[in-house]
Design a protein around this ligand. Structure first.
Ligand code: FES
Length: 228
C-alpha cells in the first residue's frame, strides 16, 4: 500500500485540478492526495469516549476564527518522557481533520516522540508532510498544535512538573482598542498579511499610531511562523 504519511509535493497537474471553487470569488483550492487520504481515512481518531486511565491528559481549544473545537488526548511513557499515544476529535473542517491526523502520526510514529521534540513540530512541518494546504486553510492546522500544547501543559500540572508548563499569555498591544498579540496572530491566520489588511479586521493602531511599529513586527513574526 502507498505510504501516504510521507511528504510529496503537489504536482502541477494536481494543482491545476481544483477540488473546491468558491462560487462567489471563483477562487480555486486544490488539496494534495495526502490531504485527501488523511481526510477520508483519519488516523488516531477517537471514536468512543476514553476509558478510565486510557490517557494521562486532555487539551481542548476552540478556534476564534471559525468557532471549531479540537480535543486531543495523550498517553505518556514517563520513564522515557515519550508520547506513546495521541487521539483526537474535532468539529473542524476537512483541512483540520487532515492536519490533525498527520500531526498525530508525526507525534506517535516509531514509538513516539519525546515531549520536547513533539513540542518542536511547527505548522510548516505538518504542511510539508501533507504536501501543502490552501493558504486560507493554514489556521486549521494550528488547532492541533494548540490543543496538544494544552494537553502537555495539563500533563505537566498533573505530574507535578510545574516548571515545564509553557505560559502563553496574551499581551495588550493597543490599549485603546484592547487588542492583544493573540488577536493579531488570529488576523494573520485568517489571511491578513500587512498592516492595512490587519487594520481592516481589527482597527488596531488606528487611534494609537505609536503601537504601529510593534504591530508590523508581529505581523512579520506570525507571517513567517505560519507561512514561512
Ligand atoms: S477548522 Fe475552521 S475552517 Fe478549518
Amino acid at each position: 500500500m502507498e505510504d501516504t504519511t510521507t511528504a510529496k509535493p503537489i504536482s502541477t497537474s494536481d494543482m491545476q485540478q481544483a477540488d473546491v471553487v468558491n462560487p462567489h470569488t471563483k477562487q480555486k483550492w486544490a488539496y494534495s492526495p495526502i490531504v485527501k487520504e488523511h481526510f477520508f481515512h483519519p488516523k488516531n481518531l477517537l471514536l468512543e469516549e476514553p476509558t478510565e486511565g486510557q490517557f494521562d491528559s486532555r487539551g481542548t481549544v476552540g478556534s476564534p476564527a471559525c468557532g471549531d473545537v479540537m480535543d486531543i488526548w495523550i498517553k505518556v511513557d514517563p520513564s522515557e518522557d515519550r508520547v506513546i499515544d495521541l487521539k483526537w476529535k474535532t468539529f473542524g473542517c476537512g483541512s483540520a481533520i487532515a492536519a490533525t491526523s498527520m500531526f498525530s502520526v508525526m507525534v506517535t510514529e516509531n514509538g513516539g516522540l519525546k515531549i520536547d521534540d513533539a513540542l518542536k513540530i511547527k505548522p510548516q512541518d505538518i504542511m510539508e508532510r501533507l504536501g501543502g494546504l490552501p493558504n486560507r486553510k493554514i489556521h486549521c492546522s494550528v488547532l492541533a498544535d494548540k490543543a496538544f500544547r494544552k494537553a502537555v501543559n495539563n500533563y505537566f500540572h498533573a505530574t507535578g512538573q510545574h516548571t515545564r508548563v509553557e505560559v502563553d499569555g496574551a499581551r495588550v498591544i493597543d490599549s485603546r482598542m484592547n487588542i492583544t498579540d493573540k488577536d493579531i496572530e488570529e488576523a494573520v491566520l485568517e489571511g491578513a498579511r500587512n498592516l492595512e489588511e490587519v487594520q481592516k479586521k481589527l482597527k488596531v493602531g488606528v487611534g494609537d499610531p505609536e503601537s504601529i511599529p510593534e504591530i508590523e513586527q508581529l505581523i512579520r513574526f506570525y507571517s513567517e511562523k505560519y507561512y514561512g
